[in-house]
Design a protein around this ligand. Structure first.
Ligand code: THU
Length: 157
């Protein structure tokens, strides 16, 4: 048996340290959290996606009485972005959770959706996880989902 190690690197810093374009993205994710429809979890989330041409697309979580029918903020924004701007590469996904103790990671399903977009456009997506105070940032979805399932894993690819 051979043991392997994968390490990840991530940055932690204050919201005040975000540069101007990222601060704008943060503000848009913040504003977007107020359109969350989260009557069941009472956990609003805002997401903002920055495309290579600087277009910003936002999303918020949209829940449903049939719980699994709802969708996270990240996928609301990402699927809108790739549907509306299929030729634009995705540069950044920023997630904001108001009032949370620590910046939350996107869920596994959102990471899987982001991984597909990285593979599709062959460009790493920078992910910024934020709350009212802090930012945790990674350079690629690989850091959060080091063993992704991708199209190369399908038998008949
Ligand atoms: N949620 C998101 O929108 N994004 C995340 O990164 C984590 C979870 C939503 C799903 C659900 O509406 C609520 O937060 C509680 O899980």
């Amino acid at each position: 048996m051979k043991k392997n190690v994968k390490t990840i690197s991530y940055a932690v810093f204050g919201v005040a340290e975000l540069d101007k374009p990222l601060k704008q993205l943060y503000k848009m994710a913040q504003a977007s959290a107020s359109s969350a429809y989260a009557p069941y979890s009472k956990f609003p989330v805002g997401a903002a996606v920055l495309l290579n041409d600087k277009t910003i697309v936002t999303g918020s979580n949209q829940e449903n009485a049939a719980y699994p029918s709802g969708l996270c903020a990240e996928r609301v924004a990402l699927f809108y972005a790739t549907a509306q701007y299929p030729n634009q590469l995705v540069d950044v996904v920023l997630v904001y959770v108001p009032g949370s103790k620590k910046p939350a990671s996107p869920c596994g399903s959102c990471l899987q959706a982001m991984a597909e977009i990285e593979d599709r456009y062959k460009q790493p997506i920078r992910v910024f996880m934020t709350n009212d105070e802090w930012v945790i940032a990674v350079e690629s979805v690989n850091a959060l989902l080091p063993f992704r399932f991708g199209k190369e894993d399908l038998f008949d690819n």
